[in-house]
Design a binder for this molecule. Structure first.
Ligand SMILES: C[S@@+](CC[C@H](N)C(=O)[O-])C[C@H]1O[C@@H](n2cnc3c(N)ncnc32)[C@H](O)[C@@H]1O
Length: 221
């Protein structure tokens, strides 16, 4: 994974041996099916929590169409923005062409390949679907990416907002929730926020999301 310094719009890294083709296909189908999926605005929690932090190296985990990464870059951060969808990465890079020297768009499956350890002053994961695994290997890889003194922002949808699950739909309870991540952090961290709060923006069309679950933590060593 490259840090943002060149003009490449998409960087490829080793995705490891655990191929998860169906998952990648799911996201490719979602992005490929529409010209634009998300609003293009940065997430409200990102803006609220990061404003005032001194800029440094940031990792945007599951960056999608790139609105958060581009907001960070415009606010002085050097951003590595990772996603499993090449369509989303291409779209994001096109939108942020003027910021190519501040954002490295990187293709990776973050369930299979961890980001570089200790490399980021901010690791931001907004609505990133990370499946719970024994040993928490992928989650621990994301946590390890935060440098000492750095910030973890792990944000999800409040499960209480979700309608009853249809047959065969993924079970949100199979995925890490911010509160659960807070419980796994251990002594190297200070938890600064672990709460449910109303979304700053209205629910995206067709969804029921009125509240976010928010974990903000600082790595102390
Ligand atoms: C719900 S979207 C959120 C996108 C963006 N963070 C936002 O808030 O608009 C989740 C994103 O995570 C990406 N993703 C899902 N699984 C991934 C994985 N294993 N590795 C990297 N990216 C993944 C998807 O392609 C998608 O862009």
């Amino acid at each position: 994974m490259n840090t943002p310094s060149g003009t490449d719009t998409e960087t490829e890294i080793d995705t490891g041996s655990e191929a998860r083709t169906m998952d990648e296909q799911h996201w490719e189908d979602m992005y490929g099916g529409r010209e634009q999926v998300f609003s293009g605005n940065p997430n409200g929690v990102l803006v609220a929590e990061v404003t005032g932090l001194p800029p440094g190296q940031a990792l945007d985990v599951g960056c999608g169409e790139g609105a958060d990464a581009l907001w960070l870059a415009r606010h002085g951060w050097l951003v590595t923005a990772v996603d499993i969808s090449r369509t989303a990465l291409r779209r994001a890079a096109r939108t942020g062409a003027d910021l190519a020297d501040r954002v490295a768009w990187a293709y990776a499956d973050l369930e299979a390949a961890p980001p570089p350890a200790g490399a980021f002053d901010l690791v931001s994961a907004h609505y990133f679907p990370l499946r719970r695994r024994p040993g928490h290997t992928a989650l621990r890889g994301l946590l390890a990416a935060v440098a000492p003194g750095g910030t973890l922002l792990f944000v999800g949808h409040d499960l209480a907002d979700l309608p009853p699950r249809g047959d065969g739909a993924p079970d949100p309870a199979d995925y890490y929730q911010p509160g659960e991540v807070a419980g796994l952090l251990g002594d190297d961290w200070t938890v600064l926020a672990d709460e449910t709060r109303p979304r700053a923006a209205p629910a995206p069309p067709g969804t029921h999301h009125t509240h976010d679950t928010v974990l903000r933590a600082r790595r102390i060593r």
